[in-house]
Ligand binder design. Structure first.
Ligand code: CA
Length: 437
């Protein structure tokens, strides 16, 4: 597993002064990877530092690197994060150490300062090419609350505590943060109606999730053991798995989500590496009385520090709030470690146990990460109790589901005494009216 090392030293400072700004998501202890572009220039792989991005193409050309570091930078300079991720955990760690040193070392400043791009002036793509996408369902409080709405008698199905539940989604409609999308149409069967109709979803919802980015894959037929699983995971991001609840209610049986989930999912610009998250690991356990997982999903490291202590927030700003100059409103807060019934390592081990191959750039969604309390819900479906108790925004507007013009923004960060706070940036999108027929 990832160790806390010199790159996490709380005393470490960067010559990029904004990296020391109070509350910044991107101090030198973080160094997340993204794909950025200024104006009409080509897309570049960059590392966020303070309010800047270190352009790794320019940095590879201009910086003072040894041969090993130069080789590590080559795929990144070519704009291919997938190829870099495929190099493996030792390579990730070596480059992290080199970048940390270069961004701390005043002697590197004259060479690398011209390689900085101001974050506020950039466009952002999804950070890597995503081959396959799987959405899990690790949020046990979400599974229970939603289960109650769909099946009051049996909210949590009997397999939940044995199998990490998931489905294979589509990677083709995973959108970068800040990309708006149109409200989807779909088949909806209204209560008491004889037949469904095709119409825009009236129950559009967000889902607060963590995205898990696979760095190193496995060949078909070869499973990944739990103890090695994290060596295959490059990092985590924020992920909004937009959902059309009215479409979902009609289509989901017997094979699970389909068009209710495949019209848009928003991924944050930055992948925070598992190495950066090393100081923010927590013990992982099940509530007393729950069955232990099967042996292939059990391990000492997984129990000792399998969980990630990531604090999560959902912010909503309606069009009326924007017009009135009202800031986004925080509608809920939760925590990855408190919400998840399965660890990242368990998801990797389970996904591959039957021989399924993963590839660099594959993405897992965690599932909606609702905390145990009702106000910690990671979806509006839960917050507004299926429409029975709409929430009220600072503008006086009420919401049971997402309205046209609403901007939903996910945020995440890690902090604890003795470590420097690191953040995930923002995962944001605005919903546009449904396209005309
Ligand atoms: Ca989901």
């Amino acid at each position: 597993m990832q160790a806390v090392d010199a790159t996490h030293d709380p005393e470490l400072r960067s010559w990029v002064e904004s990296a020391q700004a109070p509350g910044t998501d991107f101090p030198i202890q973080n160094l997340p990877f993204g794909r950025v572009r200024r104006g009409a220039q080509p897309w570049r792989i960059g590392v966020a530092i303070g309010d800047q991005v270190l352009d790794l193409r320019l940095a590879a050309e201009r910086g003072s690197w040894n041969d090993t570091q130069r080789a590590l930078l080559r795929p990144l300079a070519a704009g291919d994060l997938n190829a870099f991720m495929a190099l493996g955990a030792a390579a990730w760690r070596a480059l992290r150490a080199a970048l940390s040193h270069a961004l701390a070392d005043r002697a590197a400043q004259p060479l690398l300062a011209p390689c900085l791009l101001p974050q506020a002036q950039l466009d952002y793509d999804v950070p890597c090419a995503i081959g396959d996408y799987t959405d899990f369902y690790v949020g046990i409080h979400h599974a229970t609350a939603v289960g109650k709405l769909f099946r009051p008698d049996a909210p949590l199905l009997p397999n939940y505590k044995w199998v990490p539940i998931g489905y294979h989604g589509r990677a083709s409609t995973i959108l970068p943060s800040a990309r708006p999308f149109a409200r989807p149409r779909g088949q909806i069967k209204h209560a008491g109606a004889e037949a469904p109709v095709l119409q825009p979803s009236a129950r559009l919802d967000y889902e607060l999730e963590i995205g898990i980015v696979i760095g190193v894959g496995n060949p078909p037929g070869q499973s990944i053991a739990l103890a090695r699983a994290e060596e295959h995971v490059f990092g985590l991001a924020l992920f909004n798995d937009w959902s059309a609840r009215d479409v979902q209610a009609w289509e989901y049986q017997p094979l699970g989500p389909f068009l209710a989930k495949n019209f848009a999912s928003t991924l944050s610009p930055w992948i925070v590496t598992l190495d950066a998250l090393a100081p923010f690991r927590r013990a992982f356990s099940r509530p007393p009385g729950d069955p232990p997982p099967l042996p292939y999903l059990q391990g000492a490291d997984n129990s000792a520090r399998g969980a990630f202590d990531v604090q999560l927030e959902v912010w909503l700003q309606s069009a009326a709030m924007r017009d009135a100059g009202l800031p986004p409103h925080c509608v809920s807060r939760s925590n990855f470690a408190d919400a998840a019934y399965w660890t990242v390592a368990q998801l990797v081990a389970h996904h591959t146990v039957g021989g399924c191959a993963l590839r660099p750039g594959d993405l897992f969604g965690s599932g909606t990460l609702s905390g145990p309390a009702p106000e910690q819900a990671g979806s509006l479906l839960e917050l507004a109790q299926g429409g029975r108790q709409p929430i009220t925004l600072p503008s006086g507007e009420r919401r049971s589901f997402v309205a046209d013009g609403d901007t939903v923004t996910l945020r995440g960060f890690c902090q604890r005494p003795g470590a420097v706070r690191i953040g995930f940036g923002a995962c944001s999108a605005t919903v546009l009216p449904a396209a005309a027929d």
